[in-house]
Ligand binder design. Structure first.
Ligand code: FAD
Ligand code: SF4
Length: 331
């Protein structure tokens, strides 16, 4: 890695046991390690020296995590499943077509062949100030996320504030998985545990995920939806390669209740529910859920689209998603 100021080691354990021996060794020796799966996100952080670990630990030697199974009324997705395999899988196409559709909207075919679903739900939050080359970053003083004392995006932020960094959440697959109430199997130095996907996400763009040091996601468990349909749509300039300026997933249950999940805006995804029986008309429910989504959203100029436009498009995408579902088009 001669182009980088700091070289790093690379290791690819073949079993969970080997992985945790290595993690413990690193913790004992105080060596900074990062995990890589498909590497399509983290390699850019290494290349632009946003991250400078002592060692990169690849998870790709753990083949048992590269499977999709149907168990009872659940689909169990191995975290190392590539987004291409996920979108082509029969169980996904039959039971979770909108998840396959969201996976197909990530990046480009070449990237999706490498990118994993685990890496996608863990993808690092983004900001137009930090996700730049080192040379570009050197043209301004380091921000909080780079161990500095300023946020260039929101200049009023100071140390001690609840949220230091507004880098935005950008995963395309998380919104549909959140609406399906997915859970995560996690393993780490302290053993296995299970959490709701919703509990993975935190408020600060710097520490945006709740995994503890050394923990990895092994599987994503999704309940097969009964009598419901969902749809995901993202706002981008180009049809490929763009992160979502806004991503909206809509789920409609058989009884008419609606849930919405957002990506591409705040530091964490937003999820909102509306129960039809609480409203006089179907349209009142839609107006209310659009309002809730708008109230939650904070937009900053982190994208090609004007921030007001991104905010206005939330309601447009919610209505469009509901109409698509009512027309029978799920994707
Ligand atoms: C040009 C370009 C365009 C892109 N467009 C999009 C886009 O439109 N939408 C989008 O969502 N993403 C996009 N991405 C980002 C990225 O490609 C995807 O999010 C991808 O799914 C990341 O998966 P990966 O396996 O490559 O993750 P990696 O890069 O390997 O890892 C990403 C992060 O997740 C952690 N991680 C990975 N697997 C696990 C695990 N099992 N347990 C715990 N932590 C884990 C890593 O430590 C790292 O912090 C784009 C990337 C590029 C280069
Ligand atoms: S939002 Fe975060 S990454 Fe962006 S400038 Fe502020 S502290 Fe840095």
């Amino acid at each position: 890695m001669t182009a980088l100021d700091k070289e790093f080691d690379f290791s690819r354990p073949k079993t969970i046991e080997q992985l945790y021996n290595l993690v413990q060794e690193c913790q004992h020796e105080g060596r900074h390690f990062v995990f890589s799966a498909g590497g399509t996100d983290i390699m850019l952080h290494l290349k632009s020296e946003i991250l400078s670990p002592d060692i990169v630990i690849s998870l790709t030697g753990l083949p048992a995590l590269n499977t999709i199974e149907k168990r009872g009324n659940h689909i169990i997705i191995g975290a190392l499943t590539s987004l291409s395999d996920l979108s082509k899988n029969n169980h996904i196409q039959e039971h979770l077509p909108s998840l396959g559709g969201a996976a197909r909207k990530v990046a480009s075919p070449q990237i999706r062949n490498r990118a994993t679903i685990g890496g996608n739900i863990m993808v690092e939050n983004r900001c137009s100030y930090i996700n730049q080359s080192r040379l570009n970053r050197q043209s301004h003083s380091p921000c909080f996320k780079a161990d500095g004392n300023i946020c260039h995006l929101v200049k009023s932020v100071k140390r001690g504030d609840d949220i230091l960094c507004q880098a935005r959440f950008v995963s395309d697959t998380a919104p549909i998985l959140l609406l399906q109430g997915s859970t995560l199997d996690i393993i780490g130095p302290a053993g296995p545990r299970e959490i709701k996907l919703a509990d993975l996400y935190l408020n600060d763009g710097m520490e945006s995920k709740s995994l503890m040091r050394g923990e990895i996601i092994t599987h994503i468990k999704v309940e097969i939806p009964e009598n419901s349909a969902s749809h995901y749509e993202k706002l981008t300039i180009r049809n490929a390669l763009d992160f979502p300026a806004l991503g909206v997933a809509v789920l409609r249950r058989g009884n008419g209740d609606i849930s919405v999940a957002l990506t591409g805006l705040n530091t964490r995804p937003g999820v909102f529910h509306a129960t039809l029986e609480n409203y006089e008309t179907h349209d009142d429910m839609i107006v209310d859920i659009c309002q809730k989504a708008n109230d939650f959203t904070v937009t900053y100029q982190q994208d090609f689209f004007p921030r007001g436009y991104r905010k206005n498009m939330i309601s447009v995408f919610i209505r469009r998603g509901i109409n698509k579902i009512l027309e029978g088009g799920k994707s």
